[in-house]
Design a protein around this ligand. Structure first.
Ligand SMILES: N[C@@H](CCC(=O)N[C@@H](CS)C(=O)NCC(=O)O)C(=O)O
Length: 334
């Protein structure tokens, strides 16, 4: 199946998308990219593929469409296995992923985006993001509340930088797992702090107060982010070919589908709802973009992913963590 095309749907300023682009480049994995607008609508997904999920990025592999970078990175490691890791290296990689994707870190970073950024002054963007994360973009707050919550956000980012400085990077290694080149572990650890440190000038100094996060206090971490940035920039020739939404959809709709994982009847969520293969299910993320729900016939579910086929025949995969799977009772229709 590694011969099926990979199509990445994204827009370049998405920090989550960069997680994937960096990994694809570091591993030298060929891919195509289908560029999306930073705000809805995204007819390449909604019209061509009948997908409601609103988050970026997504990755298609043959006739299968994968949601969420955590699932997508695991897919890439299955299709293109990296050199074997020790148990300790696997642990570090996993814990860095947890730190940056399963805590409030990303939201704290988003909180720190300077209000001087053009998108932060664009009412259309702000209206759009209010439907993605009401807690950050729609909550009415006084100036004082906002200043305090930015200060707390900075403290949380600082604590993650200190963690890197005092643990993984404390022995002066160049890359998280040692070695001569960055690995997935670097990608998992770096993307949030890299995002804030590399905002376009003149905004790059505004997100992280240089009096708090600087080279004197955190020399190893700051040097590592810089080293990573240079490494990635040197790989810029490995850009994926850009394709249009129509071509991408055609490739997916006629793409070969992967194997069937079946429905695990011991799965607690399957069991409590009595779900069976072919049942209509509704699936949606529980943290952000939760109002954008997808429906389809259940194809498979295990502890790692849920798979359903939608009305266009696209086989969609979502991770179990952070997603709800609901059986649709009554008169189920897609
Ligand atoms: N857990 C998701 C989070 C993805 C996410 O939040 N992406 C942001 C962009 S960086 C997003 O979708 N923002 C709203 C949008 O673009 O519609 C993942 O790992 O893929």
């Amino acid at each position: 199946m590694a011969d099926q095309p990979l199509i990445l749907y994204h827009y370049p300023f998405s920090p989550y998308a960069r997680r994937l682009i960096w990994y694809l480049k570091i591993r030298g994995i060929p891919y195509c990219q289908c560029l999306q607008p930073p705000i809805l609508p995204r007819p390449d997904l909604s019209t061509h593929l009948s997908l409601n999920y609103r988050r970026i990025p997504l990755l298609a592999h043959g006739g299968d469409l994968y949601l969420d970078t955590r699932l997508i990175l695991n897919l890439l490691d299955t299709l293109f296995p990296p050199p074997p890791l020790t148990a300790d290296q696997k642990t570090i990689t996993h814990l860095l992923s947890t730190l940056t994707t399963a805590t409030t870190l990303f939201f704290k970073a988003a909180e720190l985006l300077p209000s001087s950024l053009p998108v932060m002054k664009d009412p259309k963007f702000l209206r759009d993001r209010a439907t993605f994360s009401p807690a950050i973009f729609a909550a009415p707050r006084t100036k004082e509340d906002r200043a305090l919550s930015r200060a707390e956000a900075l403290l949380e980012i600082q604590s993650s930088v200190r963690l890197l400085e005092e643990t993984i990077l404390s022995d002066g290694r160049n890359w998280v797992l040692g070695g001569k080149e960055p690995t997935r572990a670097d990608v998992e650890g770096v993307w949030v702090i890299h995002w804030l440190l590399t905002l376009p000038p003149p905004h790059n100094d505004n997100a992280l107060d240089p009096a708090v996060i600087n080279k004197t206090r955190y020399p190893k971490t700051m040097a590592w982010v810089n080293r990573f940035d240079q490494f990635i920039n040197a790989l810029s020739e490995k850009e994926g070919r850009v394709i249009k939404g129509g071509e991408a959809a055609e490739l997916i709709l006629k793409g070969k589908k992967g194997g069937d994982i079946g429905v695990d009847e011991t799965d607690p969520v399957v069991k409590v709802q009595g779900l069976k293969k072919g049942d209509v299910v509704e699936v949606f993320p529980t943290d952000t973009g939760s109002a954008f729900k997808d429906r389809g016939r259940l194809v498979g579910v295990d502890e790692k992913e849920v798979v359903w086929e939608n009305e266009k025949g696209v086989r969609v995969h979502a991770p179990r963590l952070g997603f709800r799977v609901l059986g649709v009772k009554g008169r189920p229709s897609l």
